[in-house]
Design a protein around this ligand. Structure first.
Ligand SMILES: Nc1ncnc2c1ncn2[C@@H]1O[C@H](COP(=O)(O)OP(=O)(O)OP(=O)(O)O)[C@@H](O)[C@H]1O
Length: 242
């Protein structure tokens, strides 16, 4: 497995609070990496550092072996790192299509390219029928799909997903897992996905990275993670069966 993205001894402090402490995350090319842990473990902070929304206090981020720690978010997006947000953050007064085109233009793409890539992303997520609907008029489940479509428009090499199934019901969560699989198959990108739905994340991921209180508790295959005594104690509560 060739390494696509990695962190070295990453720490983030907010005043006296250590949100991340010496975290070494590795994402292989074409890998789906699950990122799990209890509330406040540092998962979103880590995604923020990877996407350039948060500067680390200490440590480095590397893409293809190149240090990108000081690159801002737009530069990382141009280099192929795309993300979604836990709270979606669409432009509510824009149509679904426009929300997607903005992502490409914002990365320096031409309008014609933006139109083509937005249309393709909407097709991939089965959202063509909603292309001209204003984002604010969509039900919540579809808004989450648009957030994902927007992240795909720039054809990322690294896709960072912050709780894509948050607030979805069981059927919608299962559909979201299928969608992430389909995106991965289509684009072949590396994916880091934060998710509290343990069954979903263990079924979806090739490997799982477990954070607890800002430190790495364990990294392993889904089978190793679901039965690991420390992970069960800190997070799962009980062994999770496939
Ligand atoms: N901008 C900030 N300023 C101060 N403290 C912060 C900031 N962002 C996060 N924190 C704190 O850092 C810790 C890690 O937060 P983070 O949101 O990364 O956890 P998380 O694992 O994503 O949690 P959750 O599962 O609840 O989303 C928490 O104690 C949080 O309150």
């Amino acid at each position: 497995m060739s390494l696509l993205l990695r962190t070295r001894q990453l720490s983030v402090r907010f005043g006296g609070l250590c949100a991340l402490d010496g975290v070494e995350l590795e994402l292989g090319a074409g890998e789906i990496l699950g990122l799990i842990g209890p509330n406040g473990a540092g998962k979103t902070t880590l995604l923020n550092v990877l996407s350039g929304f948060q500067r680390p206090t200490v440590g480095e981020v590397e893409l293809d072996g190149r240090t990108i720690t000081r690159w801002d978010a737009p530069r990382r997006a141009r280099a192929g790192i795309s993300r979604t947000f836990q709270d979606v953050r669409l432009f509510e007064e824009m149509s679904v299509q426009e929300n997607c085109e903005v992502a490409v233009v914002g990365c320096g793409g031409r309008r014609s390219t933006a139109r083509t890539q937005a249309t393709q992303a909407l097709e991939l997520l089965d959202l063509q029928g909603s292309a001209h609907v204003l984002a604010r008029d969509l039900p919540y489940g579809l808004q989450r799909r648009v957030g994902l479509a927007r992240a795909l428009c720039a054809r990322p090499r690294v896709l960072l997903l912050d709780e894509p199934a948050a607030g979805l019901n069981d059927d919608e969560s299962a559909a979201m897992a299928e969608t992430v699989r389909a995106i991965h198959a289509e684009l072949g990108c590396g994916v880091v996905v934060i998710e509290h739905d343990v069954r979903m994340i263990l079924g979806l991921s090739h490997r799982v990275h477990v954070l607890d209180h800002g430190v790495t508790l364990r990294v392993g295959s889904p089978d190793e993670i679901r039965t690991d005594p420390d992970v069960v104690t800190a997070y799962l509560g009980e062994e999770v069966h496939a």
